[in-house]
Design a protein around this ligand. Sequence first.
Ligand code: THU
Length: 130
Amino acid sequence: MSLLQAATEVRLRAYAPYSRFKVGAAIRSVEGRVHVGCNVENVAYPEGTCAEAGAIAAMIAAGDSRIAEIAVIADSPEPVPCCGGCRQKIAEFADQGVLVTLHTTDGKAHSLTVAQLLPGVFSAAHMDRV
Ligand code: THU
């Protein structure tokens, strides 16, 4: 199954009663498996989680380690930009050259690298502890 297909399917399962903005994300891990996530909102709004965060959690819970490619889809006029927090979360598990493709439900798509998504990322290399 393509990443777009996987993200499209999981998007329909998003829990977004407050924003009514459903988002789906699918990751192909370097191990070759596909992991999906959707946004899950909460009445205490800041407790909601993004689709990208859900897909990363699924990848780690399944025992895979790194992102080889990621697709995100939302019903928006232009491809949905990942929020700042998700950019940092993606950067934790993806090399700088990894492609992030942002899709709309009407077929537009925009691909960019992790480096383009979050220039000047704070990374483990900035600390001398790891
Ligand atoms: N959202 C995502 O899941 N991913 C994004 O890249 C952007 C925003 C969600 C969070 C919230 O549930 C809804 O979209 C509106 O912000």
